[in-house]
Design a protein around this ligand. Structure first.
Ligand code: SF4
Length: 310
């Protein structure tokens, strides 16, 4: 369901009441009640009344694939479902927009672009070079407040200088950056993009940059697991094989920016199972809310989430 659909039915209800057409108004209320239940992750027993057929048709564009139909997932959508199935539904199926202003997202995108260009350019690894790229990529005006923009730019300069300092000690032999991929896994299309792949003596290494404040272990990362699964089955000889290590590089972490893990076949089997469980849940339309501390960072908490309705 989209918010547009809810608004449409609210408008129709208002019109029906204004015209004293209470028979129609009662149908609109039933439709709104059904939409509310779907929002809350409840299952609807559909009947054959005309309003039900109409609503089902309108929802069908947004409905999820049934078993056997193609389902496309990325690391981020799998992680969203694992965190909260209802959040997955709001974002991926209902397409309810998250808050318009996302400075941290813009910031992360700029840093990723800078690092992609930095590793794609010729010559030595220098501070001047990376800061020049940062100036070229910085998007003035994309941040709501000037003060905030200045603070974020300072942070970017600091973290990129530190990155150059750390990377200079042992420059990577970069094979590829921002590598888009897709592959099929047990009837599920997996899509994604790997920030960096390095060549090393014992196979390849994959690196994913993080601008988040909190560092997390690489071993539990579904994202790194998916990258490793992709490379495990890749046909390109230069990339094929489970990577020697998979690394989350936390650019804000001054003490220990690199968190690495060497995924084993067994680890990858567990990731595969996690993904198929998620796909099964989505296809069975299981979208119960799962509330917790993570709700504090969820845009739907005050927007649409029934778990936080007072
Ligand atoms: S606020 Fe919490 S329970 Fe509600 S959708 Fe977001 S993550 Fe799920």
């Amino acid at each position: 369901m989209t918010l547009d659909l809810k608004k449409k039915y609210q408008d129709r209800l208002q019109r029906a009441v204004a015209q004293n057409d209470y028979t129609n108004a009662a149908k609109m209320i039933k439709a709104l009640d059904a939409l509310h239940k779907l929002h809350a992750g409840e299952t609807i027993e559909w009947g054959n009344e005309p309003w039900e057929k109409e609503l089902r048709n309108e929802l069908s564009d947004n409905f999820v694939p049934s078993p056997g139909e193609a389902l496309s997932l990325s690391a981020s959508t799998v992680e969203t479902y694992l965190e909260c199935p209802l959040k997955y539904r709001f974002k991926q199926i209902d397409k309810i927009p998250e808050s318009a202003s996302r400075p941290q997202l813009t910031f992360g995108n700029i840093i990723h672009k800078v690092l992609e260009r930095f590793h794609g350019s010729e010559g030595n690894i220098t501070e001047d070079q990376i800061l020049q790229i940062l100036d070229e990529e910085w998007k003035s005006g994309e941040f709501t407040y000037m003060q905030r923009e200045e603070k974020l730019k300072e942070q970017a300069v600091e973290m990129l200088k530190r990155y150059v300092h750390n990377t200079k000690q042992e420059p990577p032999d970069v094979l590829d950056t921002e590598l888009k991929f897709s592959f099929d896994l047990d009837g599920i299309r997996i899509v994604g993009m790997i920030d960096r792949i390095d060549n090393s003596s014992n196979g390849n290494k994959v690196v994913d940059y993080k601008t988040s404040k909190r560092s997390t272990p690489a071993k539990n990362s579904v994202q790194l697991g998916i990258y490793s699964l992709y490379l495990q089955q890749a046909e390109d000889e230069k990339l094929a094989g489970i990577p020697e290590t998979a690394t989350l590089y936390f650019l804000r972490d001054e003490e220990q920016p690199e968190h690495s893990h060497a995924f084993t076949e067994k680890d990858l089997d567990a990731i595969r199972e996690k993904i198929t469980d998620v796909a099964r849940g989505i296809r069975a339309r299981q979208f119960e809310p799962c509330s917790g501390y993570h709700c504090d960072w969820c845009d739907y908490k005050n927007l649409a989430c029934p778990a936080w309705e007072s």
